[in-house]
Design a protein around this ligand. Sequence first.
Ligand SMILES: Cc1cc2nc3c(=O)[nH]c(=O)nc-3n(C[C@H](O)[C@H](O)[C@H](O)COP(=O)(O)OP(=O)(O)OC[C@H]3O[C@@H](n4cnc5c(N)ncnc54)[C@H](O)[C@@H]3O)c2cc1C
Length: 503
Amino acid sequence: MSKNSKDIIIIGAGLGGLITGALLSKEGFKVEVLEKNKQIGGCLQGFALDGKLFESAVHYVGSLSPNQTLYKIFKYLGIIDQLDLQALDAGCFDKIVIQDEEFELAQGHENFIESLSIKFPTQYQIIRNYVDGINHVCKRFPLYNIQHGSEGEKQKVLSQALQEMFIQFGADDKLQQVLTGNNMLYAGSLEQNPFYIHALIQNSYIEGSYKFKNGSAQLANLLRNVIQQQGGKVKRNTEIKKLVEIDGKIQHAIDQHGERHEASHFISNLHPQVTYAILDSKLIRPIARKRIATLPNTISSFLLNISLKPGIVPYRNHNIYYHLHNNTWHDITSKATLQPGSFGIFFTEDKTLAGFATSISVLTYMDASATALWDNSFHTTGLNTRLDREYLEFKETQSAYILSKIKDIIPEIQNAISQTDACTPLSYRDYLHSPGGSMYGIQKEIQTLSQSSFATRTKIPNLYLTGQNINLHGVLGVCITGILNTSDFCGLEYMVNKINSAQ
Ligand SMILES: Cc1cc2nc3c(=O)[nH]c(=O)nc-3n(C[C@H](O)[C@H](O)[C@H](O)COP(=O)(O)OP(=O)(O)OC[C@H]3O[C@@H](n4cnc5c(N)ncnc54)[C@H](O)[C@@H]3O)c2cc1C
């Protein structure tokens, strides 16, 4: 059976699919977004535990203060005033705790320098150089600042490694550890991670850090509304199994029921390894397919969600990255993910009891190999074959380990736990189709940057890619890529001018 033709079909209603769909809809394109899950949003999905809302992934976003990049994009789409946001503390958006020493990362570039210098008085100028360094890099990515510029501008900074830059700044080991204490935000390695990724992300949080008060799913819903208001559709429970190319163009996508979806253009929000795996076309040579299929991905994670009894654990309006070792990269390098030494801790305030936390989520790195025993099982809201007692015990053991460590910095938690549940690499694999449950998709490393980079356009003229694997991950990165996707149809200068002149 064949559906009516649409202008553009977008496969996947993660942030990438939804932001691109919303931007294109606003330009008058007839868009249909097809999502495999019952819930839209991908990483923006929330779920209930103990009657409370928990995030599956996104706990805070940067660059959201007035006139900053995300703010401008959401303003242009007419959704900024509908987002229920909470600014994190100006004096501390992330607290880095290394063993028993605490360091606060403040919002605002000058604040950031001044507050960190109190702990590192002899490295004041080094901290200033670091901030100047990240500013310099950010200026070289015109779209990061909603500007149009030449590709060449960023070429000079692409090949700088994180470690190399810290040596250039002259930061001592402890300062390096503190400045990369929130490395869970990009999950690279100190030696191989490009400095620009660190710079774009760190800078966005220094500029303006916010939480979604009632869950990040509100962003997915607002973007869906924009698409629907323009006459587009967002269809759930529709998993695309095949993309069929005939005579050099994608003719249709086939879903799990064998139904065909036709359009003039197709944009895939799936991981490129998944897109190319379902792409039925001889235009992509086997060698190219093999190269893409074997690209390494960023590590996965284990997320412990804790529902708290009321009025016991004070709410912190900042996140904590707690490190047991004096090396904040310990878990990434050792892959010691069954006994992690680093914990990203995120608090949610009790709506009825201000000043107290109603829940806490703790993120740790976890390699997919830790759950390999259950690789053949599957679990989403629609289907659960992962009922193995050993799997539940594995989650419990891991959760108990994490609780035993974080009680050292949140002592009140011991008497406050109401319920817990955890997401594992398999949860992310099954819900998102992210290979191995990878956090941020394909690993970007200095040595192999050109091989691991994807453009929005593909060899097939009516097939495009969007989402976290193109350019930069995270809410900010994915939204910026959405502008690029829209530019493929409308032109970059036109889009940039429109977003900047939005009233
Ligand atoms: C644990 C974790 C914590 C994070 N924390 C933060 C944070 O605090 N702040 C931040 O800015 N970023 C954070 N991120 C990163 C951010 O969430 C992602 O970069 C971004 O949301 C990815 O969006 P996406 O659209 O590219 O992919 P996804 O969100 O993965 O969306 C892909 C969509 O495609 C759908 N799909 C897959 N296969 C098919 C198919 N065959 N047919 C139809 N649909 C399909 C999936 O169901 C999904 O909805 C975090 C990520 C993780 C994993």
